[in-house]
Design a protein around this ligand. Structure first.
Ligand SMILES: Nc1ncnc2c1ncn2[C@@H]1O[C@H](COP(=O)(O)OP(=O)(O)O)[C@@H](O)[C@H]1O
Ligand SMILES: [Mg+2]
Length: 286
């Protein structure tokens, strides 16, 4: 008898994925190298469904002097909650749970597609999101971030794609005060979706926005973003479900600062601008 074909996995809803991640049996397969915190690659299995995920145990977090309260795992979940509230689905399903190394965050693993032009034998991946160009101006379809030193006294212009998905992410980052939006945290998934990951250094009460996505700085927000910000503003009213949920994850002062950022975006109607001459970008940028 021929071996039975693998039963194709049902597609799960967002809530189904959260249940799987939170309740499923977690098996650690390995550790992601080069991460600043312990990032474990795992499978999670629940009621006949299995997915791959990352599990970042709180015990493996590097303490950060400027984030003394709560845990990075809680901030990752808070970023997911905001992403869900926007309706943009920019952050993979993320939950807090117990695991083999204690409490941590568990997030669906995204199999990112290699960008076109990568030397992996097929040239038909999604278009690149970031580039360094020799010109003074970004070309058609690109937005300028700033000039970067590329060694030997040469400078190149860092640009990102003029892509509506990145523009949504730029708004999300402004809201969550993301201190670390670098190239490696942008994951293009099959089907044209783009996810952002690594939201541990977010929600600080002080301005920490460090990102590569400065291309729209000072530009008017899209109508879609303005609507989303109105919705977030309502969701952050004391007693609203989102505000209550965030109260379990970040401090009251951080929620106040979050409200302040949402309100100032609504008032200005524009993407934030860097306060200094040079836009704060994460290092290394990729
Ligand atoms: N949900 C995910 N899907 C796919 N890859 C992931 C996911 N989360 C993390 N990774 C991979 O693991 C690496 C380290 O994770 P990251 O969240 O950046 O950890 P750290 O908090 O240490 O910076 C990422 O650069 C990425 O390659
Ligand atoms: Mg990282």
């Amino acid at each position: 008898m021929p071996a039975p074909e693998r039963i194709p996995s049902r597609s799960l809803t967002e809530a189904g994925l959260r249940t799987l991640l939170a309740e499923g049996e977690l098996t650690v397969l390995g550790q992601v190298r080069g991460a600043s915190n312990a990032v474990l690659y795992c499978t999670v299995a629940y009621e006949g469904e299995e997915r791959t995920c990352v599990y970042k145990p709180v015990a493996g977090e590097q303490p950060l002097w400027d984030f003394p309260d709560g845990t990075l795992a809680q901030r990752e979940v808070a970023a997911y909650e905001i992403s869900e509230a926007t309706g943009w689905g920019l952050v993979p399903p993320t939950v807090l749970r117990e695991g083999p190394y204690g409490e941590g965050m568990c997030q669906l693993w995204i199999d990112a597609e290699e960008e076109a032009g990568h030397d992996d034998g097929n040239g038909d991946g999604p278009p690149p999101l970031l580039a360094l160009v020799e010109d003074e101006e970004p070309g058609e379809g690109w937005k300028a971030v700033g000039f970067a030193d590329v060694g030997e006294g040469r400078k190149a212009l860092l640009v990102h794609a003029d892509d509506p998905r990145l523009r949504r992410l730029a708004v999300l980052d402004a809201v969550i005060n993301n201190g670390d939006r670098k190239g490696g945290h942008l994951l293009p998934a099959p089907g044209g979706r783009l996810y952002g990951i690594d939201h541990g250094v977010t929600f600080n009460a002080d301005d920490k926005l460090r990102t590569l996505l400065w291309g729209w700085a000072g530009d008017p927000l899209t109508a879609e973003a303005a609507e989303v910000l109105d919705r977030l503003s309502a969701g952050l009213e004391p007693g609203a479900a989102l505000a209550t949920r965030l109260g379990e994850l970040i401090t009251a002062a951080e929620i106040d600062a979050l409200r302040g950022r949402v309100e100032s975006l609504r008032t200005s109607g524009r993407h934030p601008q860097p306060s200094g001459d040079w836009p704060p970008i994460p290092w290394p940028p990729v």
